[in-house]
Design a protein around this ligand. Structure first.
Ligand code: SF4
Length: 341
């Protein structure tokens, strides 16, 4: 299954001055050769997989590239985005739909796995392509809620009064224009049983320009509680621009949480995990979940065995106050909630 091509938000002439985030989005690095040239890593070219890049193309915003260390083939941010030949190796147990998303579909773009919460796959678009992504094989073309079809998703939510929290996910829901998000939340106004709106997004971290005045005004105007879960995996992902974006989200009334994935070669040490928690808290974000990798085809080289994951988590708990220790969990297809390890 080939994911939908990146649907870059349209940039009109009249928007060009006002919407820097769209420009930054469009200027993302898409060629492994350019990325390796920028980072002065010509030797890594031999390990790049054309097949993996064809199935799930490289895409990384230039601002995120600027946070990578030049000359370091093991840079933890680079490792998250570079398609390597390790992805081509089939490994038993690593499949296309590891978390049962396709079976959980309630209406077009609605995943209703947990009783009180419904997740809307709002869009297939992302500003960055993360190699470990559990939805890298998801058939977005058929399954997004926003593609002119908010109505179906809203009808589904209206028919399920037990749903008190709606999650917008994707892809990345903040890749949608703010007007499109506002169209959805206007529809939510007729559904008083939905008390919380949660956004799962990597954009405030990978493209902080997205957190612009229009987005903050929309957030601040929400009548229900808003939770924004950012997805940062390493302390180096946060810089001053990200701090500003996160401060803006907080000031607009959002509660900020982080969900990280435990990744071999990225954050598989107590030091890296502790630094991430400390850095997140400095930016006003509470570490919420540390996820075991979903066993998705092409991602086996990122996996940390459960015993090692538990030992890392225990090491983290011994070092940090409890509120900085994320819960170590795994998603199990068909389970009524995330499963603690
Ligand atoms: S931003 Fe999230 S959905 Fe998009 S590629 Fe990365 S992990 Fe996957």
């Amino acid at each position: 299954m080939i994911p939908a091509p990146p649907l870059a938000p349209q940039l009109t002439t009249s928007e060009a001055g006002a919407s820097d985030w769209r420009l930054a989005w469009r200027q993302a690095v898409r060629e492994p050769a350019e990325l390796l040239r920028t980072l002065e890593l010509p030797g890594l070219a031999a390990r790049v997989s054309a097949a993996a890049a064809g199935q799930f193309p490289l895409r990384v915003p230039r601002g995120f590239v600027a946070r990578m260390r030049k000359g370091d083939p093991d840079d933890p941010l680079l490792r998250q985005v570079l398609p390597l030949d390790e992805e081509d190796r089939p490994v038993p147990g690593f499949v296309h739909d590891a978390v049962g998303d396709l079976a959980a579909g309630g209406a077009t773009g609605v995943l209703h796995k947990y009783r009180g919460r419904a997740l809307l796959v709002a869009t297939g678009s992302c500003a960055i392509h993360c190699r470990y992504c559990f939805r890298r094989h998801f058939p977005y073309a058929d399954q997004t809620a926003a593609a002119g079809r908010w109505r179906e998703a809203l009808d589904y939510l209206a028919a399920h009064p037990e749903v008190d929290e709606v999650l917008l996910s994707g892809g990345d829901p903040l890749s949608l224009a703010t007007g499109k998000l506002a169209e959805f939340t206007r529809g939510l106004a007729a559904l008083p049983h939905v008390r919380r709106l949660r956004l799962h997004t990597r954009l405030p971290v990978v493209l902080p320009e997205r957190v612009d005045t229009e987005l903050l005004d929309w957030l601040a105007g929400q009548p229900r509680q808003v939770v924004v879960v950012i997805h940062a995996n390493h302390a180096n992902e946060l810089d001053a621009g990200v701090d500003r974006a996160l401060a803006g989200l907080r000031e607009a009334g959002a509660t900020l949480l982080n969900q990280a994935v435990l990744l071999r070669g990225v954050n598989d040490s107590v030091e890296a995990l502790a630094a991430l928690s400390e850095r997140l808290f400095q930016a006003g974000v509470l570490p919420y979940y540390l996820h075991q990798l979903d066993r998705v085809a092409g991602t086996a080289h990122f996996e940390v065995p459960d015993d090692e994951a538990r030992a890392l988590h225990a090491g983290l708990a011994a070092r940090l106050p409890g509120y900085l220790v994320p819960r170590l969990v795994r998603e199990v297809a068909g389970a009524p909630a995330k499963v603690p390890l």
